[in-house]
Design a binder for this molecule. Structure first.
Ligand SMILES: [Fe+2]
Length: 207
């Protein structure tokens, strides 16, 4: 029996977005597939080490390094899946969502516009990483966070509602490095708010 099932790369049909070219998406999806392969490979390598029922002293340095790398590759894979699936063409470039997310953003930040300013500002932070709006399932509030690389800064138990890749590969074919704010505006004009609200339903406490 296998210890785990290898992850299969999801397919995303996202051509025709506003301000994010098909060329960028094609390159970006290939990069995502690389994370899927690397995750599966690491898990296989780790299984090979533990299958004898022990990790001896000699194996421990390799086991440790592979396990650390798993956090990078695994989060890289999963965050890209969140990112691609919270984009859609033909979202109409709505300046703001009309439904439950608009309400929760207002409750958490005072207004949707303040939430948006905060999210965009997190996305403008210098460095390589992600801007993520999480739902805290304990209180039904949202907060925006910076995640360095893929794995540093994720909040345990929080549910990602909206995920924005701000690694330069996400926009460098369409914008200069100094034009990240233009990419962020393009991102907003393609957000699949319906998906964001579906994610909310998974995490809102029943109380
Ligand atoms: Fe990316």
């Amino acid at each position: 029996m296998k210890l785990y099932e290898p992850h299969q790369a999801h397919s995303f049909d996202l051509h025709g977005l506003e301000g994010i070219s098909d060329q960028t998406l094609e390159m970006h999806l290939k990069l995502y597939e690389g994370y899927v392969k690397a995750t599966n490979k690491l898990r296989t390598q780790l299984y090979e080490i533990i299958k004898d029922g022990k990790v001896d002293q000699e194996q421990m340095p390799v086991y440790s390094e592979l396990t650390r790398r798993l956090g990078f590759e695994y989060n890289g894979m999963v965050l890209h899946e969140y990112y691609f699936s919270n984009l859609t063409r033909g979202s109409g470039g709505l300046p703001k969502p009309q439904g439950a997310f608009a309400e929760i953003a207002k409750d958490s930040f005072g207004s949707f516009d303040l939430w948006r300013t905060d999210f965009a500002s997190v996305g403008m932070m210098r460095g390589v990483g992600w801007a993520i709006c999480y739902l805290d399932p304990a209180n039904g509030r949202v907060s925006n966070h910076w995640v360095s690389l893929h794995e540093n800064g994720n909040i345990a138990g929080f549910l990602p509602l909206l995920v924005m890749d701000v690694w330069e590969h996400a926009y460098l074919l369409d914008y200069k490095p100094s034009e990240r704010s233009d990419y962020i505006e393009a991102f907003f004009s393609n957000v699949n708010w319906k998906m964001v609200e579906e994610r909310m339903e998974l995490g809102v406490p029943a109380l």
